[in-house]
Design a protein around this ligand. Structure first.
Ligand SMILES: [Zn+2]
Length: 364
């Protein structure tokens, strides 16, 4: 160890991270120099190239999650980047590998994880909420959460699909199991989950109806494959769904808003139909009438996160063009607060991304 002289100091490598330092809507953020993260034996350091913003980040910002999150916290769960460094026990990955990160950091050892149902992990940790995430130049994650980026999927496409797209994949293929010929109603078709859900439902052979609050959102839903895009500001959009389906109703509703919207979805549902729901961004508690629910043999299914297989399928579909990212805008790390404000304004078409670290010398 050398001798420090006055004015001299030990140089610790640093990295920039945008940290939430006080909750609110808007919350208070600060771009901070933090010590470079070090990987534990089974972890890797990822140089973040792009990171998607999600409603989960807004919940974190506003202290709206049903858990206490100590601050400061670096948000950002939808990470795509390059491996910089691997922990001593990591053998499957090497520096330079291009990866996406599954944001529900599963343990890999509990009973559901052993079955490949990582979305049910007993010890799941949410990246960017319960540990520091990707609105930073670098992030440390467990190697088991890594997914190799397939050829043809760039960092932005990955950051736009890995969380939101796999959430929709889990909802439509695992939880609700959409079949060819089904009528599927996708609520909020211009959102990250909604824009993926429309495309997945179409690929599964379904006929898709969607909703959107603006002309631009409905135009986007059409362009992604929805045959009908209804104005969610028109209070009788469930009546329109029944008209379109000749009073029958839809087989599956993909719902991620909650509150009164979820109740209206029951009005759209065919006998024996299924609502699959996640997010509940507009309300978590609803009054519920059980009579029509059991008489019509409806099903309400919860969906949370994704399994590793859903993430792999999502990126494989992206590589073959079956699932296209819908990117609204890209912000640099210094403008994370502006990105949060944009998502909060509900004027977003598809995904908002953060590019935390793009070296000046990099031209691609
Ligand atoms: Zn587990």
């Amino acid at each position: 160890m050398g001798f420090a002289t006055p004015g001299d100091c030990v140089r610790i490598p640093e990295m920039n991270a945008m940290q939430l330092i006080a909750h609110g809507a808007p919350g208070k953020f600060e771009l901070r120099d933090l010590p470079e993260p070090q990987p534990a034996p089974e972890e890797v350091v990822v140089q973040v190239q792009s990171c998607g913003l999600n409603h989960l980040d807004l919940w974190l910002e506003a202290a709206g999650l049903p858990m206490t999150v100590p601050l400061p916290r670096t948000p950002g769960g939808e990470v795509a980047g390059r491996i910089l460094e691997t922990g001593s026990a990591v053998t499957d990955w090497k520096p330079g590998d291009e990866v996406a990160v599954q944001s529900n950091l599963f343990c890999g050892a509990c009973e559901p994880c052993q079955r490949g149902e990582e979305s049910l992990c007993h010890r799941s940790v949410i990246l960017g909420v319960q540990r520091d995430g990707g609105f930073a130049e670098k992030v440390v994650v467990p190697a088991r959460a890594l997914v190799r980026l397939p050829a043809g999927v760039d960092f932005d496409a990955s950051a736009a699909l890995t969380l939101a797209g796999s959430t929709a994949m889990h909802m439509l293929t695992k939880r609700a199991q959409v079949r060819e010929g089904d009528w599927v109603l996708v609520i909020g078709g211009a959102s990250g989950v909604g824009s993926a859900a429309i495309q997945i439902a179409k690929q599964l052979g379904a006929r898709v109806i969607s909703t959107g609050s603006t002309h631009a959102k409905r135009t986007l839903a059409h362009s992604l494959g929805a045959e009908f895009a209804l104005d969610s500001n028109d209070g009788d959009w469930p009546g329109e769904v029944r008209t379109i389906t000749n009073k029958r109703g839809v087989d599956v509703v993909v719902e991620h808003v909650g509150g009164e919207v979820l109740l209206k979805c029951f009005e759209c549902l065919a006998r024996g139909g299924t609502i699959v729901t996640c997010g509940a961004t507009a309300g978590r508690e609803i009054p519920f009438n059980l009579w029509p629910f059991f008489v019509k043999q409806h099903r309400l299914i919860g969906s949370y996160g994704r399994d590793r297989a859903d993430t792999l399928t999502t990126l494989a579909w992206a590589a073959t063009g079956k699932l296209k990212p819908v990117i609204d805008s890209v912000f640099p790390l210094g403008q994370v607060p502006e990105a949060f404000a944009k998502l909060r304004s509900r004027s977003v078409l598809g995904k908002v991304l953060i590019e935390p670290y793009v070296p000046a010398s990099e031209s691609d």
